[in-house]
Ligand binder design. Structure first.
Ligand code: PLP
Length: 396
């Protein structure tokens, strides 16, 4: 395989080799069913419970039940299921409340799902953002009322990296008797999450965004919050989710959370330095390049950059020839390259939104990789601009 420079970590991350080693014995050696009575399977349950505590520790979720289990942690198949389960639980808990309030910049796991609730008769309110992607808090405040079943606001945005004021939003939800959920899929493992201080009721996370495997996630359900199973079946997860436990995934997620907690401070420093180096070099070397989002309040690893007058997909395919992986800010639906819903919600001008690239870094990236990117990126942008009908020239 040719050498890859991977700047697409918000799409998915490399499994940390230590995480892989932790999960490995649970495939061919300790493959028993954690819910079995026999000790070969049943003994695995102790490790599942240890993983549950490791996840809770990363989240600052301190509650333990009488058997020392971190009972607020429910294992799921990933972020999408957790988001779906949260919406289903909050609406089922208050069937007379018919309003759902979410931001315009949520992930499709939320936005597509609430649209389905709208078709079922729910009054769905989408809260706008400003040109930096910051939430309109006055609009949020005005939209949440005694009819609201659920307020859902992401902790961090996957495209632009913005961090959102979840504590304030939770307070607004609770003042109106609504459940508060946060999609923290992009935040967990990258920044501190302190659920002992931030009063969210439900929180989603996903293993493959923090150097764990794909297909494992968590819904945090605060003690006392009503929950109706979304996946029904057997009695696993104390009756809250049917289906044989994904033991290797659970063990891996526990280890990924343990490592994230132990190494977070160093990782944040590393990522912030890399991101700032990338942005500084881009802005110096390339005219008409713009950083999207709220530069004061965002993830340390995410940089969304718009290059005026060209197509993001063209940039990506030229970068790909050099083994460099990133993402564009487009939703390639039905062949038309519409700018993403996030950039549209921010009102990024079309000629800029089309040329948007998201670079998302991880602990495995290095300064040399940024330098290698910068050896080719200015030339790629200049070449594409020369042939672009939308480029008005450097002085435009
Ligand atoms: N929410 C956010 C903010 C995401 O970035 C993603 C994945 O891109 C998801 C939810 C979905 O997570 P999963 O891939 O585990 O279903």
């Amino acid at each position: 395989m040719k050498k890859i420079i991977y700047f697409d970590n918000n799409a998915t991350t490399q499994v940390d080799p230590r995480v892989f080693e932790a999960m490995r014995p649970f495939f061919c050696e300790r493959y028993g069913n954690a819910s079995s009575i026999h000790s070969f399977g049943g003994s695995v349950m102790a490790e599942v419970e240890e993983a549950r505590r490791q996840v809770a520790d990363l989240l600052g979720a301190t509650f333990r039940d009488k058997d020392n289990r971190a009972a607020e942690i429910l294992f799921t198949s990933g972020g999408t299921e957790s988001d779906n389960a949260a919406i289903a639980a909050a609406t089922a808990a208050a069937p007379d409340r018919r309003r759902i309030v979410v931001s315009r910049v949520e992930h499709p796991a939320i936005l597509t799902t609430v649209r389905e609730y709208e078709r079922r008769g729910y009054d769905v309110r989408l809260i706008p953002v400003d040109d930096k992607g910051r939430l309109d808090m006055a609009e949020l405040e005005a939209s949440v009322n005694s009819q609201t079943a659920l307020v859902s606001l992401m902790w961090a945005n996957n495209e632009i990296g913005n961090l959102y004021p979840v504590a304030e939003a939770a307070e607004i939800a609770h003042r109106n008797g609504a459940v508060f959920h946060t999609d923290a899929v992009q935040a967990v493992g990258k920044i501190p999450i302190e659920l002992d201080r931030v009063p969210v009721d439900l929180l989603s996370l996903s293993g493959h965004k923090l150097h764990g495997p794909k297909g494992i996630g968590v819904l945090f359900i605060r003690r006392g919050v009503r929950f109706k199973p979304f996946v029904t079946g057997g009695h696993q997860e104390r009756g809250r989710r049917g289906g044989t436990e994904n033991v290797p995934g659970i063990i891996a997620l526990g280890e990924a959370c343990r490592l994230a907690k132990a190494e977070m401070a160093e990782e944040v420093r590393h990522l912030t330095a890399l991101r700032d180096r990338l942005e500084q070099q881009v802005l110096e070397a390339i005219p008409k390049a713009f950083i999207n989002g709220d530069r004061e309040h965002r993830l340390p690893n995410t940089s969304s950059i718009s290059f005026e007058g060209i197509e993001g997909e063209a940039i990506l395919s030229l970068l790909d020839q050099f083994g460099i992986c990133a993402s564009s800010g487009s939703a390639c639906t039905t062949g038309s390259l519409e700018p993403s819903h996030v950039l549209r919600a921010m009102g990024v001008p079309y000629t800029r939104a089309h040329g948007t690239i998201r670079f998302s870094l991880s602990k495995f990236n290095t300064g040399e990789e940024i330098d290698e990117l910068m050896q080719v990126l200015p030339q790629i942008i200049a070449t594409l601009r020369r042939i672009s009908p939308f480029w008005q020239g450097d002085q435009a």
